[in-house]
Ligand binder design. Structure first.
Ligand code: KG4
Ligand code: ZN
Length: 329
């Protein structure tokens, strides 16, 4: 069973070939143009997907040594994401589906991230999955292959958003996560005091917009020179607070749910400090915390193809007129 996965929900154009659940290729093109604007410009994102999607799929096929006629099904991200970007991937997949007379499988992008954990590790059900991306911060309870529910989420900004907005405040580039991580390497995480956000009446939920405002207030009265002198320490303290908050909620969720593993996925899970601090939690709880390889943490099509492969086994396909959606439905 050979699946072509396609992902175009935001600013990554990605294609992957999977044979019987095994990744044969995983090609991702990140649109660098958005760096000039300090964030993703939706119109530019869709235009660039349109320009490059065909060649990305061709490279994925070449790398896998598979020809188009051998594909059995196409898994494509349906949402949530930028509508204009999703449409490009969906329409491309629909064209192939009609032309090759093979099924199309619409995949929820978050469900894709959930599957990134099974790409290179063995996970025991049930497990909790902390999904930390640019648009979402959630904890999922995954009871089996096809059964999961959200048990906690952010009430405002996502953790990735806190990195991106924080980087902007500090005059750093986009995406903010890697930029903050980089300058934090030379900083002391306890030099500035950021308070871990807590949500009244819900110990598992997240909130990051207050943290971003605290950063804004901290640097408001500093001149450029003062910010530059303190940059590493401010970034390291800010990063530490985001990481501590994420691990605090995961710790609390583990106390409440009887699970065999913890999984951490999404772009923010590339963060080295986050991974290092998670090993402390791993020891404290005596449970295996799994992080996928970096290439499967940020947006990619291997996770979409994997989710599609699972659905295909169960005979779950979409109709040819599937539509994109911008938020969780
Ligand atoms: O999962 P992802 O690639 O796309 C979404 O579905 O949103 O996540 C992108 C987010 C961005 O906010 C980016 O700043 C963050 O992941 N990110 C990081 C790191 N690498 C990417 N955050 C912290 N540290 C990193 N090393
Ligand atoms: Zn994502």
């Amino acid at each position: 069973m050979i699946i072509l996965g396609i992902e175009t929900s935001c600013d990554e154009t990605a294609a992957s070939i999977l044979r019987d659940g095994k990744i044969l290729s995983n090609v991702v093109h990140s649109q660098l143009i958005h760096k000039n604007y300090g964030g993703v410009v939706p119109d530019l994102a869709s235009k660039n997907h349109e320009k490059i999607i065909d060649s990305i799929v061709k490279v994925a096929l070449e790398k896998a040594s598979i020809s188009l006629c051998h594909i059995n099904a196409i898994a494509v991200t349906q949402g949530p994401g930028l509508i204009g970007s999703l449409i490009i991937g969906l329409n491309y997949a629909k064209g192939l589906s009609i032309g090759l007379n093979i099924p199309i499988i619409g995949i929820n992008h978050l469900e894709g991230h959930l599957h990134s954990g099974i790409l290179d590790d063995h996970i025991n059900y049930p497990y909790l999955c902390l999904l930390v991306s640019g648009g979402h911060t959630q904890i999922w309870y995954v009871s089996n292959d096809n059964k999961y529910k959200i048990i906690s989420s952010t009430v405002d900004d996502a953790a990735g958003e806190a990195f991106d907005k924080g980087a902007k405040i500090l005059g750093l580039g986009y995406p903010g996560g890697p930029e903050i991580e980089n300058v934090s390497k030379n900083g002391k995480p306890d030099s500035f005091n950021f308070t871990m956000p807590r949500i009244k009446n819900n110990p598992l939920n997240f909130s990051f917009s207050g943290l971003k405002t605290a950063l804004l207030y901290l640097v408001k009265d500093m001149d450029e020179k003062e910010i530059n002198v303190n940059l590493s320490n401010i970034a390291a303290s800010y990063q530490e607070c985001i990481i501590d908050t994420l691990l605090d909620r995961l710790d609390k969720a583990y106390e409440l749910f009887n699970v065999n593993n913890l999984l951490i996925v999404g772009g923010v899970s590339c963060n080295k400090r986050f991974r290092d601090k998670a090993t402390l939690l791993e020891k404290k709880l005596n449970v295996n915390i799994i992080f996928p390889k970096n290439e499967y943490c940020t947006d990619n099509a291997a996770m979409i193809a994997t989710a599609g492969w699972k659905k295909n086994i169960k005979g779950i396909h979409s109709s040819i007129d599937i539509l994109p959606y911008s938020s969780i439905e």
